[in-house]
Design a protein around this ligand. Structure first.
Ligand SMILES: Cc1ncc(COP(=O)(O)O)c(C=O)c1O
Length: 412
């Protein structure tokens, strides 16, 4: 077990040891790179509180985690090896202990966010089809539910591949296998031969969850080549803890890569998306021209702060597996409470029972409410059909209770 609860002093000790293993700009001879510690006028290196603030200390020391360290290991960039080892441990912790991968069977890195992690997946698979099948970009399509995040349209646009959205079922808002088959038949008729399938481990607007096996079976029955990526940007740090029957993990052979965002449910700072893919795939995204980077670069982002990986590692270690499960279960209980109140008021909504998103049918929500509670609509440019609530740590108790009271008052 890599993932366990650690005390504050243990966490501090581990991070400070990692920093000592890094080359440091103020104590080593570092002449060849365009990087240094953060500006000393703005960021005080000697402030006393930094002795007790491992994340801020890492941030100020400014280690660069360029590259993919699960892949290159000791061959990779060696200046910041101490904190890079924490990132390697982090990817193992998430892929193996949350997402059921076999030991050291997954590569990954901390990306700026879910958008990049999703596009990284599309990039790897596009290059794979081009290299292994001599495919043209316009013969490759990313296939996703109509509730999916817009990063798939963005990625298809950047990479020159096709974007195919598939209708969802009315009741469960999952990719509907009948619609999927129909869409794939149309795609074949349009000359599309290679597919990247997306399964949502919770959509942004509804918290709906796709079934990777239902999706995979349609491609397999039609004998179409596909690779399956799970978008767990929203649900990656909650759904595995609240739905024990989840099939969205590396224990499922159909799942080849995943996105999970720590800057959503894990409460990490922005800049903490996580991309993970089974071994022997990352090389399809190698930029061989990155010859000045020791170990090459396999990521979209290039230079990135090692502090982001350290922040995710610290949060996971602070809570430990049991503590984190309790925290996520608490959110689901609070969401149950909200839904019970909405039922009582006769308000209809969509909600997955293991998640913390509630999307109310817009027509029933009193006018004052969305603005006061900063609810998010499905379409800010037009008449909304849905208003969405996300039950987060800061909303437990006070905000949810006030919302319920205001709704009751407005409706009466
Ligand atoms: C399901 C899903 N995928 C991807 C993203 C994109 O994440 P980011 O904003 O971190 O790029 C989001 C963001 O809300 C999301 O909900």
């Amino acid at each position: 077990m890599i993932w366990k609860h650690m005390t504050k002093p243990e966490i501090k000790d581990r991070v400070y040891k990692a920093l000592a293993e890094n080359r440091n700009y103020d104590s080593d001879y570092i002449l060849g790179i365009p990087g240094t510690y953060l500006d000393t006028e703005q960021f005080h290196r000697d402030a006393d509180f930094l002795e007790d603030a491992p994340f801020l200390r890492t941030f100020i020391n400014n280690p660069n985690h360029i590259g993919c360290h699960t892949l290159t290991g000791d061959e990779g960039e060696d200046m910041f090896r101490g904190t890079q080892k924490i990132e390697v441990e982090l990817i193992r912790m998430i892929s193996e202990e949350i997402m059921h991968a076999e030991e050291k069977s997954v590569d990954g890195y901390v990306a700026p966010g879910g958008t990049e992690a999703n596009i990284q997946a599309l990039w790897v698979y596009r290059n794979y089809y081009q290299k292994q099948y001599q495919a043209h970009a316009h013969e490759i399509a990313v296939v996703f539910s109509s509730d999916s995040h817009y990063s798939f349209y963005k990625g298809a646009n950047i990479l020159g591949i096709r974007a195919l959205n598939v209708e969802v079922g009315e009741e469960d808002r999952k990719i509907d296998p009948v619609h999927l088959q129909k869409r794939l038949e149309e795609a074949q008729a349009e000359g599309i031969k290679y597919f990247i399938a997306i399964a949502n481990m919770s959509t942004t607007m509804f918290g709906s969850v796709d079934d990777p096996d239902e999706i995979g079976e349609v491609f397999e029955k039609m004998e179409l080549p596909y690779k399956l990526h799970v978008d767990g940007a929203f649900g990656g740090f909650i759904y595995p803890f609240t739905d024990p029957s989840s099939k969205l993990h590396f224990g499922n052979k159909r799942v080849n890569s995943m996105t999970v965002d720590a800057h959503k449910m894990l409460m990490a700072p922005y800049g903490t998306g996580v991309f993970m893919i089974r071994k022997d795939w990352m090389h399809y995204a190698a930029t061989t021209e990155a010859s000045y980077v020791q170990g090459l670069d396999y990521t979209m982002v290039g230079s990135r702060s090692g502090a982001q990986a350290v922040s995710i590692w610290m949060i996971l270690m602070t809570h430990g597996p049991r503590g984190w499960k309790n925290t996520m279960e608490r959110l689901v209980i609070e969401t149950d409470k909200l839904c019970a109140a909405l039922d009582d008021m006769g308000i209809t909504y969509f909600r997955h029972p293991s998640l913390n998103i509630v999307s109310m049918h817009a027509g029933q929500v009193p006018k004052k409410i969305p603005q006061k509670y900063r609810l998010v609509s499905d379409n800010f440019g037009a008449e909304p059909k849905w208003w969405k609530i996300v039950v987060m740590q800061h909303t437990i108790g006070k905000v949810v209770d006030q919302f319920i009271a205001d709704m009751r008052a407005e409706l009466s």
